[in-house]
Design a protein around this ligand. Structure first.
Ligand SMILES: Nc1ncnc2c1ncn2[C@@H]1O[C@H](COP(=O)(O)OP(=O)(O)OP(=O)(O)O)[C@@H](O)[C@H]1O
Ligand SMILES: O=C(O)[C@H](O)[C@@H](O)[C@H](O)[C@H](O)CO
Length: 181
């Protein structure tokens, strides 16, 4: 159980949508901790993705648990009112797993779905050097993606040209009980 009721903002969506880029940027700008979800994948998950084999539920649940463990540890250590996380959270069941567990730990969770057109993602990924996730994996990400629809504390943002709104959602909800978009 976390002592201070922190807000956890999960930047979600398929590969290339900007989870890491925006997470790092806002972590610096807002001076709040950021957890890079990709750093918590097991070596076997990374090797699978490198080999162009999409992850399955059995690969992702231990990873979601690792993210959970990290965020609860950080919330206790840092006493921060806000923590940012990058995590694809492609399926509703993954988001519900995170929701249930984070709430049980006295944390308030927000999902921000960074919705980006597939063609733009393709172009971004083609430009990206030295990343384990290659463009061929994009289709499988979309196959697994269940876009949020009417989920609690969840916002969808057309993120390719609307990054200010992503920041606004975080800033406005960092300390207040709730806001409506
Ligand atoms: N809003 C944006 N406008 C323009 N370029 C962006 C934007 N967001 C991210 N990018 C660029 O797109 C690329 C992919 O972004 P990023 O690595 O953050 O995606 P990601 O969702 O974390 O993907 P992955 O999970 O595959 O690591 C990066 O090169 C980044 O600089
Ligand atoms: O759920 C998944 O399939 C993974 O988390 C991926 O989304 C990658 O980690 C990420 O996008 C790397 O590029």
């Amino acid at each position: 159980m976390v002592k201070v009721q922190a807000k956890v903002f999960i930047l979600m969506g398929p590969c290339g949508c900007g989870k890491s880029f925006l997470g790092k940027l806002f972590s610096q700008e807002l001076k709040v901790p950021f957890i890079e979800g990709d750093e918590l994948h097991s070596e076997s998950n990374i090797n699978k993705m490198k080999s162009k084999i999409p992850l399955e539920d059995s690969d992702r649940y231990p990873w979601l648990q690792a993210i959970m463990d990290k965020v609860t540890k950080l919330a206790n250590e840092k006493n921060s009112p806000c923590i940012l996380i990058s995590c694809s959270a492609l399926k509703l069941s993954y988001r519900n797993f995170l929701r249930k567990n984070l709430i049980e730990h006295n944390l308030i969770v927000w999902f921000i779905y960074l919705k980006v057109d597939k063609q733009i993602l393709k172009e971004r990924m083609q430009k990206r050097d030295n990343h384990f996730m290659v463009v061929d994996m994009l289709e499988s990400q979309f196959k697994d993606l269940e876009e949020p629809n009417n989920e609690e504390n969840t916002v969808t943002i057309e993120a390719d040209n609307n990054t200010d709104l992503v920041k606004k959602v975080i800033v406005e909800n960092m300390r207040v009980p709730s806001a409506i978009y």
